[in-house]
Design a protein around this ligand. Structure first.
Ligand code: F6P
Length: 319
């Protein structure tokens, strides 16, 4: 292994930059040449890459987003796109690839490895925390704290004006962000894709709460479970009470990575380089039970089961 390339693909996640920094500086310390690929698979298809040195990654450790840019790349699904990406790899004498991204990126990397035998190591980075076999991905902690900060602020106005808020958070098909911030934010209810929605129960609780003087509510909904506006409208129809909605959206993807996101990124970046040097391939790295784990891509891209019961019960008990 003489030369490796690193890229970020799919939705950006806070912590991608420290992961790049780690791959570059650790790679160089191991006498590797490191190339940076721009805009993920798109950059391989279009030969947009350049050598990176220690200075190329100066000052990025605390920056959100990714200096390598990222993109969703439908062209890579086609045989022609994959072939062109392979040609870029060969032309530039790249021996291994570090793919920083989520399960969509890993599905693509798995395909690429199977077809062209180019060693790919994934570094799990996604705010959704939906990579199977991995407890924590880079960016999750930051996104949760961003969403929590917003919910704390919404709480101030909800309490002051005695209102019901429905707050929509990201997470694609996963309710992880929603469940975590609902508990941490003392929210009254949470609606997630992993659990059947019970509007009757939610509305009954609100009406009953009002009778005993509980006038403000924050209900968190994961984007994969529906739209905040629809839920708010149903609550108003069923209870006669006024509601407000907030869709947190892409704000959850930005901002300075927290210490947890940075440390994870720095450790996983190094571990990815070690894996390539050791001749490993076709696997993603993440954090499980406090340790860095290697999960083969095939497992990583399977649907992750979210254990909801304890969280959900606690949210309801503590309301
Ligand atoms: O996967 C990260 C994520 O932010 C999801 O939570 C969300 O559903 C999706 O990306 C949004 O993607 P885009 O920025 O391409 O609209």
């Amino acid at each position: 292994m003489k030369k490796i390339a690193v890229m970020t693909t799919g939705g950006d996640a806070p912590g991608m930059n420290p992961a790049i920094r780690s791959v570059v500086r650790y790679g160089i310390s191991q006498k590797l040449e490191v190339m940076g690929v721009f805009r993920g698979w798109w950059g391989l298809i279009n030969e947009e890459l350049k050598p990176l040195n220690r200075r190329s990654v100066s000052g990025i450790i605390g920056e959100g987003g990714t200096i390598l840019k990222t993109a969703r790349c439908p062209e890579f699904r086609a045989q022609e796109g994959q072939q062109r990406a392979y040609e870029t790899i060969k032309k530039n004498n790249i021996d291994g690839l570090v793919v920083i991204g989520g399960n969509g990126s890993f599905a693509a990397a798995h395909e690429f490895y199977k077809k062209f035998n180019i060693p790919c190591i994934g570094v799990a980075a996604s705010i959704d925390n939906d990579v199977n076999g991995i407890d924590y991905t880079i960016g999750t902690d930051t996104a949760i704290n961003t969403a929590l900060d917003a919910i704390d602020k919404i709480r101030d106005t909800a309490t002051s004006m005695e209102r019901i808020f429905v707050v929509e958070v990201m997470g694609r098909e996963s309710g992880f962000i929603a469940l975590t911030v609902a508990l941490a934010g003392g929210c009254e209810d949470v609606i997630i894709p992993e659990k059947a929605m019970e509007m009757n129960v939610i509305c009954h609780d609100i009406v009953h709460g009002n009778l005993v003087g509980k006038m403000s509510w924050i209900i968190v909904i994961a984007e994969g479970a529906g739209k905040a506006d629809d839920i708010a409208r149903q609550i108003t129809e069923m209870t006669g009470l006024e509601t407000r909605t907030v869709v947190l959206g892409h704000v959850q993807r930005g901002g300075r990575p927290t210490a947890a996101s940075r440390d994870l990124a720095l450790n996983l970046g190094k571990a990815a380089v070690d894996c390539l040097i050791a001749g490993k391939a076709d696997m993603a790295l993440g954090l499980t039970a406090g340790k860095i784990v290697e999960v083969d891509f095939k497992t990583a891209i399977r649907k992750k089961e979210l254990k909801i019961d304890n969280f959900y019960k606690l949210i309801k008990i503590l309301t």
